[in-house]
Design a protein around this ligand. Structure first.
Ligand code: FE2
Ligand code: FE2
Length: 129
């Protein structure tokens, strides 16, 4: 079952579409991490997650730039912090260290917090026109 629920919706259709995709990937990642013994599956899920994050964040920032969003500098910083966490987890996995479900879950929670606290205000800004 997907973690996607209406509380994560920003109300902006294109942002929500990307977030929905991201949440589905996080769900797959969590399932892989919970599997424990399927290392290749977890590595693949981590790579997919990283690729999506690395494509979603810049696309959001471009949209913010295009719309003259005043919160962009702070938002960029938040994306940079999350990106570092994602890349660190991928590197940990690549180095052969087991990535734990709790670490994946922590990262997922940080991402959901970002959607709620940082992405929603941008959608509100967009809705005001
Ligand atoms: Fe964001
Ligand atoms: Fe986002």
């Amino acid at each position: 079952m997907s973690r996607w629920t209406s509380d994560l919706a920003t109300g902006n259709p294109s942002i929500d579409r990307e977030h929905q995709e991201l949440v589905e990937i996080v769900d797959q990642l969590k399932a892989a991490a919970a599997g424990g013994d399927q290392k290749a599956r977890l590595s693949h899920a981590l790579d997919t997650f990283r690729d999506h994050v690395l494509s979603h964040f810049p696309s959001e920032e471009r949209e913010m730039e295009a719309k003259g969003y005043p919160g962009l500098p702070k938002h960029r910083q938040a994306h940079a912090v999350l990106t570092t966490l994602v890349v660190e987890l991928v590197e940990k996995d690549n180095s052969g260290t087991t990535v734990l479900y709790s670490e994946v879950d922590q990262l997922a929670q940080a991402l959901y917090r970002h959607i709620l606290l940082d992405d929603k205000p941008f959608a509100v800004f967009l809705a005001k026109g």
